[in-house]
Design a protein around this ligand. Structure first.
Ligand SMILES: *Cc1c(COP(=O)(O)O)cnc(C)c1O
Length: 408
């Protein structure tokens, strides 16, 4: 829709107040009322994100020679990721703009690897569990690669269904750690065995778990192997702007070796502008996002992350126990920051809508209809308030008709 740009510019003070006014209709995530979209690690981390972002806001990660500062920060952030994910010494990776970017580039690398190293020609496919993130479908749509979604078993990837769907044109199989709809870690070890046996490229989508699971494990949580510790894992995606608590626009895509990563990089010189080498989907890369990721990781350190992730676990355990006490069944055995819970005597989407009336903006899972939460450290403090409203919402929704929960 066309709009006319104002003829005269406005005062920043005036604009700022208008923007804050516009934000009045937004969800109240700082009060812990949102369990989707925002990862609230408290005001201290928010300040570090903001100031670090501002310091490098105009710098461009596209030019590592011009900005060795950003190149160094990216190397360190990717190195931290590789370290946390048990990568071997020859492993490599890149900072991307988000999980979708990381996944797209991992698929691009796997595709070029299949074509060049295995001589695969013609149509290609990626085999993934039904619970895998739609970012895979988007990337495959762009690259005209077929997606084969396989049935789940107990809400988890079923390795036998995945192997049955794979063939000579399969460039990648996928497991999630955890998957988004249920918050459960797929049987990555079995997928890794299968990948080795069948010489398949296994990608682990740890977008929402990569920077959480290692610390939950350090805190004593029971986390199965899910990363490069397993020899069949060739690539991983892990988002810093989720449980890494970085500012938005930061994820990592990681490869078992520099040689595999080389299939991702786009190197072009057949135009009058000179050679341009870009590792990820972006051209211009926001220096602020790189700087904020670097600053937050160094600000928190292992101890800081362990403390934040302890709060996430506490929030999940409190809500899990409270929901069960109210008669809900939790789907599977979540071990990280996401969980989904359901009950058959009331429409969970109607419960969702009732909670929305009380200011709670959460997620849903549709198979089966469930309430879905992605928890932040801050939620530990509001778990009781949520559970009280959940009890009210169940009664209020009884007999009610569930609409369609639209939150995206
Ligand atoms: C969030 C998420 C993605 C996509 O990441 P974006 O940063 O939103 O592009 C992919 N996979 C999983 C499991 C996720 O949770």
């Amino acid at each position: 829709m066309r709009k006319t740009l104002p003829e005269a510019g406005a005062d920043w003070a005036d604009l700022k107040s208008r923007m804050l006014q516009m934000a009045h209709g937004d969800v109240r995530w700082r009060e812990g009322k949102t369990a989707v979209y925002v990862f609230n690690a408290g005001p201290e981390v928010e300040q570090v994100q903001k100031e670090a972002y501002g310091l490098f806001m105009s710098e461009n990660g596209l030019g590592p020679a011009a900005f060795p500062s950003l190149a160094a920060m990216e190397r360190e952030v990717v190195g931290f990721g590789l370290g946390l994910m048990h990568a071997p010494p020859e492993a490599a990776g890149a900072l991307t703009s988000g999980g979708t970017d990381s996944i797209t580039m991992a698929i691009k690398a796997a595709r070029d690897f299949a074509r060049r190293e295995r001589g695969v020609t013609g149509s290609l496919n990626v085999v993934l569990p039904r619970s895998a993130h739609p970012a895979f479908d988007k990337a495959c749509a762009v690259m005209e690669i077929e997606v084969r979604r396989t049935p789940l078993k107990d809400y988890l990837a079923d390795p036998s269904a995945i192997v049955a769907a794979a063939d000579a044109a399969t460039i990648m199989i996928v497991g999630s750690a955890p998957n988004f709809p249920y918050g459960l870690i797929d049987p990555i070890e079995a997928l890794s065995d299968l990948a080795i046996a069948q010489d398949l490229w296994l990608h682990v989508d740890a977008c929402v778990g990569g920077y959480l699971a290692p610390f939950v494990r350090m805190n004593g949580g029971d986390i199965p192997p899910f990363d490069f510790e397993l020899p069949g894992v060739r690539s991983m995606s892990a988002d810093l702007h989720k449980y890494g608590y970085a500012a938005k626009g930061a994820s990592t895509v990681l490869f078992r070796s520099e040689a595999l990563k080389a299939f991702m990089v786009f190197d072009f010189k057949d135009w009058p502008g000179g050679r341009m080498v870009t590792p990820t989907l972006a051209g211009t890369r926001p220096g602020g996002a790189i700087a904020a990721a670097w600053a937050v990781m160094n600000f928190l350190g292992v101890e800081g992350y362990r403390e934040k992730q302890r709060q996430v676990t506490a929030a999940r355990e409190a809500i899990q126990a409270g929901a069960e006490a109210l008669g809900f069944t939790v789907l599977g055995r979540p071990a990280l920051g996401l969980l989904a819970f359901t009950r058959s005597d009331v429409d969970c989407l109607a419960v969702w809508a009732k909670l929305r009336e009380r200011g709670w903006f959460t997620g849903v899972t549709t198979e089966p209809k469930s309430l879905h939460l992605m928890l932040s450290p801050f939620h530990a403090a509001v778990a009781d308030a949520y559970l009280a409203d959940l009890a009210w919402a169940v009664e209020a929704a009884k007999g009610g008709v569930g609409g369609e929960a639209r939150y995206a």
